[in-house]
Design a protein around this ligand. Sequence first.
Ligand SMILES: [Zn+2]
Length: 525
Amino acid sequence: MSTESLNRQSAPPVPAAAVSAPKPAAAPPAKLAPSIAQTMLRNGPTFNVRRMPYVTMASLALHALVLGACTFIVMKHPQIVEEIFTTVTDTEEPNEPIVEQSMVQPEDAPKEIPQDSSVSQTVSSNLQFETKGPIDLNVSDGIPQLEADTSGLPGIAGIKIGSETSGRMSAQARKMMAQKYGGNTASEAAVASGMKWLSNHQMANGSWSFEHSKCPDCKGQCSQDGSLKDCPTGATGFALLAFLGGGHTHQKGDYQKNVKRGIEFLLKTAEQTPAGLDLRGKVTSNEGMYVQGLCTIALCECAAMTTDTRVKKAAEGAIDFIIKAQNPKDGGWRYTPGQAGDTSVVGWQVMALKSGFNAKIKFPTQVFKGAENYLKLASIEGGSKYTYDPATEGAQASDTMTAVGLLCRMYLGWDHKNKKLADGVEYLDKHKPSPNSMYFNYYATQVLHHWGGEEWTRWNDVMRDQLVRTQHPLKDGHLAGSWDVADPHGGAAGRLYMTCLSVMTLEVYYRHLPMYSRDKIKVEF
Ligand SMILES: [Zn+2]
């Protein structure tokens, strides 16, 4: 995986100086040698300063100064020079049009999914990206490339970031993205503190537990265990997502050991079945497909961010399980494989499919048609709002399901020009972040982030500060970095769930690039 590159289009202090410095360092012999030689030829073998032309003297002094500066930089900052020579790439970037990208176009989704699987197509990097308007994909990995204007950010010049997930791939890129999209020092500190709490609550076998108080380091110091007592894969999936969202993998970052142990636990626990890789673990209630979705997202994100083929293979199996668990009639998912859908479970599966897409996993596009069909059934007011269970007589819209449904719609192709999406965004904008539902906030934040504009700014200003304000501070001891459960959905999964969703919500600035960005960020792995 390559690192971000610097280019020379703008000239903020550090990168510009660093980039320009090595050039004269390499060039001096060619430039200086003729100048000295000519002087010596003119002046004879004796080096007589008084007889040298002023222009030559000035040139010599200038070159000496540049050489001295280069030597100083090389000696003081060898890593800068090394990075420049290894990462600087072609700076002649084409002025690309704005890209609006979707996995599939949702028009004319059938009422029921066609049963003839022979017509299914394979998602690949150059086949299934249908786009609106002109586009130059310029991709090596099938991921849309967006451009962002970083010129206003001090010290960060046109960082090249690679794919949808790659805004999180280096501390520098994360800093740039957080600044650009509305994070601040306090929100970044909250993320760091949240991860520290998570790392302190990992179980001895590498998993996490919704009964976090039982972990060796906590020993009951933190309250609000979840009531879901035996669901280590679900808790592990949640925790891994929080780490991965901040750019930490088992190959990179500050929490490599934690992530490695978590991934190993998932791989060890997963069961290979004819229906794909089953990550649900022991299912005791309705959590089965939630857990499958969560863990699949974690594996796919990890696969997209690393070169680990073992993880990629597991991610493929996990996606396969989700595809085979889709209800063949309505296109949805629910608690057990094959059940008719509900919007809450559908949301996690669509997110998982999108993560699989980012990880370049191939699967039938028909599965998206099915999801699209389900969303049509769950639509209220033409798709600006969503209900939990479309099979229920007189089903009403709910705020949380509306946020879930709208995000799914965005991933499946709706864009700025869609009136129903605009209406839905306006509804969320007026609703404002919830003081007590992180499930709603988590999804709605992503919708507004992708939408952008003043709606995003309004939302984010409240959401970000609310999360920073409600996190336990250092003086609270072992609780520091976690969030109390203030969520009607939080009883089952407790403090760990609340903390993971809060961290992931504060990672929104770099966890996913905004889908409809009008900015100019060039992205590349
Ligand atoms: Zn604790």
